[in-house]
Design a protein around this ligand. Structure first.
Ligand code: R5P
Length: 262
């Protein structure tokens, strides 16, 4: 692996633990003003100190993030469909590699929609992005998107999607946690982070998911709604950090959450 790619990846996946807690705030690229993310700068300001990386689009980066931040950026560079449109999978590359470099990002991220009508288009985009990333030493995060079909979140489908992403040259992959998650990890030769998905019923549910994913081989989380849709987002992020970086149990994480909540 090229030095630049390794160096940028090490800014995201912390070498001290080999793990990462990414904060995902890119939802607006197809959802618009998501609940509790209406004003992104207000939402992320108290969380910045506890995130290993920030995932977002260039529009939000330029308008809502202090350029003096030291938190590495994972830039979402795919899009093209909205939640009220016909087909969420109809995505293309939305941001040039030159602009990503201008923004000094640590990685670029794109969704692939395996099994959808636009499967080929999104996989071609992944191939193109990896080619560009290789040229300039920027790692690519492939996101195994499922569109509106949340039922696709099983190990058979996610193993297929993650493996294809790795075969195409993604440096790391973001997917969902699922039953038999170890099978997804086993057949994917690059690091995997999990998305949180829609807000779970309790804090403990989120800690259990993060804990089980780490135990089964994920290198971390790229979590959004379960952090910032909680009434105590800082407490939530601190507790998830303990699970990811310190192997805290779900019960210990809940203790940390309760100690830090307002
Ligand atoms: C969705 O497509 C975005 O890529 C989000 O970054 C991702 O789903 C993670 O956020 P959440 O934990 O809210 O699912």
């Amino acid at each position: 692996m090229d030095w630049g790619i390794k160096n940028r990846l090490a800014r995201i996946i912390k070498p001290q633990t080999g793990r990462t807690v990414m904060l995902a705030v890119d939802h607006g690229y197809f959802l618009g003003p998501t609940k509790k993310l209406e004003n992104v700068s207000r939402t992320i300001e108290p969380l910045m100190n506890y995130a290993d990386a920030l995932m977002l689009t260039r529009g939000i980066l330029r308008t809502s993030v202090d350029p003096e931040t030291s938190v590495p950026v994972v830039l979402r560079v795919s899009g093209g469909s909205s939640i009220i449109g016909e087909d969420l999978s109809n995505e293309v590359i939305t941001t040039s590699i030159e602009d990503a470099i201008r923004l000094n990002v640590a990685a670029i991220a794109l969704s692939i929609f395996v099994g959808s009508e636009y499967e080929s288009q999104t996989l071609e985009s992944l191939a193109e992005l990896v080619n560009m990333g290789q040229e300039f030493g920027i790692p690519v995060l492939a996101v195994t998107a499922v569109g509106k079909e949340l039922s696709k979140r099983d190990s058979r489908f996610l193993s297929l999607a993650c493996r294809i992403a790795a075969e195409f040259g993604a440096s790391f992959v973001k997917t969902y946690y699922c039953e038999d998650f170890e099978k997804v990890v086993e057949s994917c030769p690059v690091p995997i982070v999990i998305a949180g998905g829609p807000k779970l019923e309790t804090e403990l549910d989120a800690f259990e998911m993060a804990h089980d994913a780490i135990n089964k081989g994920a290198v971390g989380v790229d979590m959004g709604r379960n952090i910032w849709q909680n009434n105590n987002p800082v407490a939530m992020l601190k507790a998830v950090r303990a699970v990811v970086h310190k192997n805290a149990s779900p019960a210990e994480a809940l203790e940390i959450f309760n100690k830090n909540k307002k």
